[in-house]
Write a protein that binds this ligand. Structure first.
Ligand code: ATP
Ligand code: MG
Length: 261
């Protein structure tokens, strides 16, 4: 069974047709790092064009879910589907081709390439040579700071600028699903705002989002549905509006009262 996290329609104003397959289905997935089991029977879905926040405390398994769904790490059981297509056990590049883009924690760019080289590489792969210039123009229009720093190496950009560069790569060729792992980590509030604006624009272009966050408020404001992980299991799956309360309940049961189950 897939917990489709409530009945909220993606984006409210443009509900996905019933027939549209989910952007992502995680179906009873478990995963391990050698002998250490990190995920236990995880199930949730991201609706086509929708936004799901993936929440939980440090070490809960959020990044592991991001790695497993994008093929960077194998699952030990269960199934992963994107757009209705089974991609379980497939290599990361094939999953990317099936429409999934993943920006790993704090990375997703080539440090030794310039801003422009990073963009050209991504656009050439996704769009083909002929459309690269057009895509570059749109990227610099959307993120002027990247235009100003087109000759600078990715690794020497500030943390916030690096995050914008990884968003620009995705924005110009929107995938079916974008997995964003803690894009706002360590950024100043004003830069976080720009990053979230970028996420909103990617979603408006039709891309579903799985947003991994520790900052509950921001993620919950952006998302329609939320999944909370605890010790590698799903502790909550439902409307994003109720996720904060669920988080608080989990904290209380952990620190004080008896734990449910
Ligand atoms: N390469 C690894 N080898 C062994 N154990 C790992 C590895 N990566 C993660 N783990 C363990 O798996 C568990 C889940 O880690 P994960 O990185 O998914 O957590 P997270 O929810 O993303 O945490 P954070 O919010 O701190 O990023 C943790 O207990 C972690 O120590
Ligand atoms: Mg993490």
């Amino acid at each position: 069974m897939i917990e489709t996290a409530g009945t909220a329609s993606p984006n409210g104003n443009r509900p996905a047709p019933d027939s549209a397959p989910h952007a992502l289905e995680v179906d009873h997935v478990s995963a391990a790092y050698g002998p250490y089991r990190a995920l236990f029977d995880i199930s949730f879905a991201v609706p086509a064009g929708g936004i799901t926040a993936l929440l939980g405390s440090n070490g809960a398994g959020k990044s592991t879910v991001a790695r497993v769904v994008s093929g960077l790490m194998p699952s030990t059981s269960g199934a992963i589907r994107t757009g209705g297509k089974d991609v379980t056990g497939q290599a990361a590049y094939r999953i990317a081709r099936a429409g999934m883009a993943h920006v790993p924690e704090g990375r997703g760019i080539f440090a030794n390439l310039t801003v422009e080289e990073n963009l050209v590489l991504a656009f050439r792969q996704r769009l083909g040579r002929k459309q690269v210039q057009d895509a570059l123009d749109r990227a610099y229009q959307g993120f002027p700071v990247l235009g100003e720093r087109r000759k600078q190496r990715g690794g020497t950009l500030s943390g916030g600028q690096q995050r914008l560069l990884s968003l620009a790569k995705v924005l110009v060729a929107p995938p079916r699903l974008f997995v964003a792992d803690e894009l706002s980590l360590g950024l100043a509030p004003v830069v976080i705002e720009t990053v979230y604006e970028g996420l909103r624009r990617i979603n408006e272009a039709g891309t579903a989002l799985l947003v991994v966050e520790q900052q509950v408020d921001r993620a919950v404001a952006l998302a329609q549905t939320a999944v909370i992980l605890e010790h590698g299991t799903v502790a909550y799956s439902g409307p994003a509006g109720q996720a904060k309360e669920a988080m608080e309940q989990l904290m209380t049961s952990r620190t004080g009262g008896p734990s449910p189950g």
